[in-house]
Design a protein around this ligand. Structure first.
Ligand code: GAP
Length: 565
């Protein structure tokens, strides 16, 4: 983090006024790294999967979050130290003191567990300090003098759900389809003491994939069927075992993962995380325990990455959320959130139609007659009549006040409410673990070399261009090369300050994978050296081949060893 701050990746926000925990600024290199990570994510979800990206406001009407359940449920358990007054996250204190799965404990159980534990700030025992639910949403009002309540979105997902009908039309009324959103989310975290891991404003990349509830076979499952990922299943957790590597096909066939969609996105997540520089040995997929999983979810897995500083950290959540979100929004908004699924062949079915005698019902029940007739149409009448409820009032309608007819009708299909598969990524956490896992200190020629081994696809600067000396025309050639590489959409940086060794070290520290050096030989034969950050080996290349060679190295189409051979 010291290198990250000093070299312009990330630092606390608004330091000149005293920064507030949970807010960070990305500096020039950090912002570039973030864009690259987001673009790599897009290359999979938007380009490979074909899920278009949308962009919704970060401020939302209260109604959205009432329907989504966030107003009522999106709370963490909080405790206030009776001695120093510090607000603390109750389950975190319990977990830091060895109580496992404290997040699943009730407020009362947590309160009892905290009794003898010390406050992390003043070290006094928390004693009888009460445990309360604290809603994590930032509330605001919309418009001047307005009473209209709004919230900063706590996740990007809700915009995709509220846009469901428009997206369905965009995708020509067919399932499956998906939409993604990358953007800021806000959570008023109680006590964010974990740097980039727990922020109050952070970026998420979420995909919502709408599938037929009975067809959860991914159409391109073959792509990842043989892909292996380390799975920490519920059973292995309960037995205290380590994760076991399994292919996605075996995990689905053996019922370990609920369906192909969830398995597919576990494999895809493994690919994305390792592609940004996460060490595969420190990556596992942990299945949510039954009491940890949302009651509506069919299956849920977290991609967890081991951090030397924070232990195992959740980076991505992958869930089969069934139709919970669409059902809630349909119920609260009164908008249909189903998809008409035509049958291959129309079917003839017998339907019962109940028609009320409005000539009698009208005068007898007046304003309620229409509602009673509607309720009657959906009722299950007995021999003497039907019992219906309207506005909480029960009515008995005798059998001579309606007619029951059975009719054969042609049905062309059915309305289906899709299920949602949701892979949800925390971009800032991805960046933190990529930085931590890429960072190394090694001894080279008696000196410590600090190096960020970021993969070329995400490195903020892809190529550094150095003139060996800042004279004799070397600098002009180096500047021309920098310009040429930038025109070829390679992120190149010209650097002529300090000794060449220092320039290499500076670029190693910020993760620049390749460095081009213009020397006196260049003036004679138009060749330059290309140095590989990781092996520190060099190769001589004609200037005109630089764009092609560097593009191949950056995209991974060629390795440095192949170029040297
Ligand atoms: N729509 C589902 C959802 O939002 P989540 O597990 O609450 O699920 C998804 O969040 C991801 O967002 C997490 O896995 C994590 O990487 C990231 N995230 C959540 N809260 C965060 C915070 N306070 N700071 C940074 N990242 C966070």
């Amino acid at each position: 983090m010291e290198v990250a701050r000093r070299r312009g990746f990330v630092w606390p926000s608004s330091e000149i006024y005293g920064s507030i925990a949970g807010f960070i600024d990305y500096g020039p290199l950090g912002a570039m790294l973030k864009r690259n990570v987001e673009n790599l994510w897009r290359s999979f979800y938007v380009f490979q999967e074909g899920y278009y990206e949308i962009e919704c406001p970060t401020v939302g009407n209260e109604a959205i979050f009432v329907a989504s359940g966030h107003v009522k449920e999106f709370a963490d358990k909080m405790v206030q130290c009776p001695h120093c007054g510090e607000y603390l996250r109750a389950d975190h204190i319990a977990e830091e003191n060895g109580i496992e799965n404290a997040g699943t404990l009730s407020a009362e159980a947590l309160q009892a567990a905290l009794y003898e534990l010390p406050c992390p700030s003043c070290k006094e025992p928390l004693g009888e300090a009460g445990v309360f639910a604290f809603n994590l949403m930032f509330q605001t009002t919309i418009g001047p003098g307005s009473q209209r309540k709004g919230y900063l979105r706590p996740e990007t997902a809700q915009g995709i759900f509220t846009d469901f009908s428009r997206l369905l039309r965009f995708y020509r009324d067919k399932l499956p389809f998906g939409a993604v959103q990358i953007g800021k989310s806000y959570r008023n975290e109680i006590s964010p003491r974990q740097g980039m891991i727990r922020l109050r404003e952070f970026s998420q990349a979420e995909a919502e994939i709408f599938v037929h509830p009975d067809r959860k076979d991914h159409p391109a499952f073959h792509r990842y069927a043989d892909y292996t990922a380390p799975l920490l299943t519920i059973a292995r957790q309960l037995d205290g075992q380590e994760p076991a590597a399994m292919t996605m096909r075996a995990a689905v066939d053996e019922g370990v993962i609920a369906n192909e969609y969830v398995a597919y996105y576990i494999a895809l997540t493994h690919r994305i995380l390792t592609a940004i520089g996460v060490d595969p040995v420190k990556l596992r997929f942990r299945q949510h325990l039954i009491d940890e999983r949302a009651h509506y979810a069919a299956d849920c897995w977290d991609a967890e990455v081991y951090s030397g500083r924070f232990g195992w950290v959740e980076i991505v959540g992958i869930a089969d959320r069934t139709n919970y979100d669409l059902r809630s929004h349909a119920g609260h908004s009164g908008t249909s959130m189903t998809v008409f699924m035509p049958y291959d062949e129309p079917k003839r079915v017998v339907k019962r139609r109940i028609t009320a005698d409005m000539g009698v019902l009208g005068p007898r029940y007046r304003g309620k007659a229409k509602a009673i007739a509607d309720a009657l149409a959906a009722s299950e009448p007995g021999e003497d009549g039907a019992r219906v409820t309207v506005d909480g009032e029960e009515f008995f309608i005798p059998a001579d006040l309606y007619q029951v007819r059975e009719e054969e009708v042609e049905v062309r299909g059915e309305e289906v409410m899709p299920h949602v598969i949701e892979p949800s990524y925390g971009i800032d956490r991805m960046i933190y673990v990529a930085l931590e896992h890429s960072y190394a200190e090694e001894e080279v020629e008696g000196e410590i070399r600090k190096v960020l081994r970021l993969p070329p696809a995400v490195a903020p600067i892809q190529v550094a261009v150095f003139p060996l000396m800042n004279r004799d025309g070397l600098e002009t050639v180096a500047q021309t090369i920098t310009e040429r590489l930038t025109q070829c959409r390679i992120l190149a940086q010209y650097d002529d300050s300090g000794a060449i060794g220092r320039r290499y070290r500076r670029q190693d520290e910020v993760g620049t994978p390749f460095a081009v050096t213009v020397d006196y030989e260049t003036l004679e034969d138009n060749t330059v050296t290309v140095r590989d950050r990781d092996s520190m080996e060099q190769v001589r290349i004609p200037i005109e081949r630089l764009p092609e060679v560097l593009s191949a190295l950056i995209s991974g189409a060629a390795t440095f060893r192949e170029i040297r051979a």
